[in-house]
Design a protein around this ligand. Structure first.
Ligand SMILES: *Cc1c(COP(=O)(O)O)cnc(C)c1O
Length: 397
């Protein structure tokens, strides 16, 4: 760094709220699955913006769409129809499961969960009980936090949290049967738990949830915020079980990196919400809509789900071939991959970044999570696996 360059790291740390555990590096540029820091070092990015960068960093189609839209119209509230919004809604519905054709637009995943919660209440005539999953993650705003299991996220705020959320063991059909009743508005789950350690849900469990919610007049809401948009080898993870939910929360990769969120639902759910019952200023803004159109078209044009499936299988195979005694399990679906160690994963994640310039993230204290852009090259996968093998051999846990 030259004397005239501001110390970005120091500035950011000085003024940030302090809630984030910041790495000692300043990231300045990205392309596909590669990112660069302010010193010009190159990294293989298996963090992928926490699962946002599915179509690669600075995807050319999205960049072009943003440039054009930025010169045309940036903001238009949802009471005033907009050409890009109409185009986006049609594009999104074209990839959603049959019957999910009504969309509430917002700007983040947690907001999509908030919408899901309100729509579930109105769709069930004011039922108030929700069933969520142990190890589940649904976001950090208070309404969504009520569905997020991790006690350390919930504890400080428990005094103002919904008490009417029952957490059951993910995969336990009997527990779900016992929990669901005439006051249940919705059952909420991720098709593959992400934050909770990368745990694919059993097909029979998701199908049973579909059946049981139907019987009790409750909604099944699938949180596809991380699993959606090709991540797991299908456009949406629910396709693995053939289950069509009543509502689906979407965000992360939907607009190629621009903030966006949505609650997708069927007409029965949508029609029960009164006019003015919900709303948001930034939802459906033309910039996000233009980016979203380009992102979804890129996924379709390149059959990105296939790439995720093939590269994911290859990646997991290579990780299993490492055969380290420190590895308890390699699991995942598509390019949503977790390696559970028999010891804390943090030292290995740090060594991967510092010594090999491979960025990965944690999911529970024991798991190393890989969420690369789905456009990652096989060569980069090989490099990431070789680096992981080396740190498993050299780092003391
Ligand atoms: C990231 C995530 C959220 C929250 O999304 P934000 O955009 O961070 O608010 C909710 N659910 C799941 C499964 C996620 O992965």
């Amino acid at each position: 760094m030259t004397a005239t360059t501001p110390n970005w790291l120091e500035l950011e740390q000085k003024y940030d709220s302090g809630v984030y555990n910041k790495h000692q590096v300043v990231m300045v540029k990205g392309k596909n699955a590669t990112v660069w820091d302010s010193e010009g070092n190159e990294y293989i990015d298996c963090v992928g913006g926490y699962g946002v960068a599915n179509i690669g960093h600075c995807n050319e189609d999205v960049v072009e769409a943003i440039k054009q839209q930025a010169e045309t119209l940036l903001v238009m509230p949802q009471t005033l129809p907009n050409d890009k919004r109409a185009e986006f809604l049609e594009e999104l519905v074209s990839v959603l499961p049959e019957g999910m054709n009504r969309i509430f637009l917002c700007s983040t995943g947690t907001e999509a969960m908030e919408a899901a919660k309100k729509f579930a209440i109105t769709a069930t005539n004011g039922r108030t009980k929700f069933i969520a999953m142990k190890r589940g993650f649904s976001g950090r705003t208070l309404g969504a936090l009520a569905f997020t299991w991790e006690p350390k996220y919930r504890e400080p705020f428990k005094g103002v949290m919904d008490q009417n959320v029952e957490f059951i063991t993910y995969g336990d059909i009997e527990a779900l049967k016992a929990a669901i009743d005439e006051n249940t508005a919705a059952v909420i789950m991720e098709p593959v738990q992400g934050e909770g350690g990368v745990r694919p849900g059993a097909v029979e469990f998701i199908q049973a949830a579909r059946q049981l919610t139907k019987e009790k007049g409750a909604l099944l809401i699938l949180d596809e915020i991380q699993t959606g948009f090709c991540r797991t080898g299908k456009m949406f993870a629910c396709e693995h079980s053939g289950v069509v939910p009543d509502g689906m929360t979407l965000a992360k990769a939907m607009a190629g990196g621009v903030p966006i969120g949505a609650f997708a639902m069927n007409a029965e759910v949508a029609d029960r919400m009164p006019k003015g019952g919900h709303g948001t200023t930034f939802g459906g803004n033309p910039l996000a809509m233009a980016a979203g159109v380009a992102a979804i078209r890129f996924m379709k044009k390149n059959q990105l789900w296939k790439q995720a499936e093939e590269k994911g299988n290859y990646f997991m195979q290579k990780l299993r071939e490492i055969g380290s005694p420190k590895i308890r399990e390699v699991r995942g679906l598509g390019l949503m991959i977790g390696v559970e160690l028999k010891e804390k994963s943090a030292p290995y994640i740090t060594a991967l970044e510092h010594e090999h310039h491979v960025l990965t993230l944690q999911a529970t204290p024991l798991v190393v999570r890989f969420l690369p852009p789905l456009t990652i090259s096989y060569e980069q996968i090989d490099q990431a696996v070789a680096a992981f093998k080396t740190v498993l051999e050299t780092v003391e846990g």
